[in-house]
Each structure stands twice: as C-alpha cells, then as structure tokens.
Design a protein around this ligand. Sequence first.
Ligand SMILES: CC(C)(COP(=O)(O)OP(=O)(O)OC[C@H]1O[C@@H](n2cnc3c(N)ncnc32)[C@H](O)[C@@H]1OP(=O)(O)O)[C@@H](O)C(=O)NCCC(=O)NCCS
Length: 198
Amino acid sequence: MNIINLRKATLQDCEKIADLHKDYIQSGFLSTLGVPLLRLLYHTIINSNNTFCIVAEEDKEVIGFVSGTGDIKSTYKHFLRRNFLKASIVLFPKFISIKTARRIFETLFYPVKKEQNLPAPELLSIVVDKNYQGQGISQKIFKELIEEFRRRGITQFKVVVGSQLIPACRFYEKMGGKLHSEIEVHKDEKSRVYVWEL
Ligand SMILES: CC(C)(COP(=O)(O)OP(=O)(O)OC[C@H]1O[C@@H](n2cnc3c(N)ncnc32)[C@H](O)[C@@H]1OP(=O)(O)O)[C@@H](O)C(=O)NCCC(=O)NCCS
C-alpha cells in the first residue's frame, strides 16, 4: 500500500464522494435518492461552516471519506435553502410513491423526534473503498474527524447507523462509541445510536 494522505474535501471531490456513498451505503435512504442529489448534499457539506468532509487519498485518488456536522437540522435547512429548486426537480417524481415520500419526511425530521435527548453534532457518513478496507484507514479518518470536532469546540457527537450494518456497528464500537439506544428512523427499520464524549 502506498502512502495514504488525509485532507479536507474540496468541491472537486463531490462526484467521487457521492459515488462512494451510493456504492457502499446502499441501505441508507439517502442513497436511494441517487447520485445527483448526493452530489448536491456533499456540495453543501463541504461548503458550509457547520459541516465538514475529510477524504483519504492514495496517489491523489480518493479512496474514502468521513463527513460530520455540528447540527443536522441546520445542514438540511442550508441544503434546502440553497438547492430547493434542484432538489424539488429530482425529488418530485419520487413523491409519487407514498412510501418514498414518507421516508423523505422521516429522514428530514428524525432529528426533532422527542425521545432522543442526544448531542446535535453527528458523524454523517464514513466509507472506505473495499480494496482498502481492513487496513486501519477508517480508523485514521475517524481520528481526524475527532480532531476536527475538537477544533470546533465540540465535546460530544453521535452516529445513527442501520442495526443491520454489522461491520459498521463493530467499527463504531471499536472506535469507543457507547450504544445509546435503538430507534426507528424509518418504520420497521432499526437504527443504532452511538455516542462519543471527547
Ligand atoms: C465500516 C467501514 C468504514 C470500516 O472500514 P475499514 O477501513 O475496513 O476499518 P478499519 O480497517 O479502520 O478497522 C478498524 C476496526 O473496526 C473494526 N472493523 C472494521 N471492519 C470490520 C468488520 N467487517 N467486521 C468486524 N469489525 C470490523 C475492527 O475492530 C477494526 O479493528 P481491527 O482490525 O484492529 O480489529 C467499512 O467497512 C465501510 O466503508 N463500510 C461500508 C460503508 C458503511 O457501512 N459505513 C458506515 C455507515 S455510515
């Protein structure tokens, strides 16, 4: 393996990051929205003060990333304010399906569900290309995410992950995440919430 470099993502990375998200987080609802919307979402994440994205690259090729936010509600608000028209065009056909429409609302509004009492800062997504998994790269990216949260004065954060994503759950446990609860972001689909104190 060559040297793996970590750096802040730039807007030029959006396409690759969206592709990695789509390919590796298939059970997540965001993936079902398709690459164009994911690109817009990561564009917002990279461009906003409250969010960030760190990429891992080998020979200038992005092979993994992590994204985080200080507050998912303001991320979605920022995203919709900037991209309302484009998002509407992409999302409109999907609203024809009641099930998809419901999932869109569940995704947008899960942060305000009462039962949670959780820190607002959140790890949004982490992916490493399969050819590079099992080599400690995610661990390195994760440490950089923690440093970035610390630089922002954040002392707690959470992740919401599909309970069926066993490797991801094991990874978060190995990274010191404490299982807080199991919730249903979408009906009949369990998600685990892990929390970190920095
Ligand atoms: C989860 C994921 C990011 C881990 O990436 P990785 O680069 O393989 O992880 P690392 O090599 O840094 O592993 C660090 C530790 O995590 C744990 N871990 C990682 N993958 C694991 C797996 N498949 N099974 C069990 N434990 C695992 C191990 O404890 C490992 O430490 P060890 O090797 O000393 O035992 C990767 O599997 C992935 O991209 N999955 C698809 C996307 C995804 O599900 N993301 C999370 C939801 S947002």
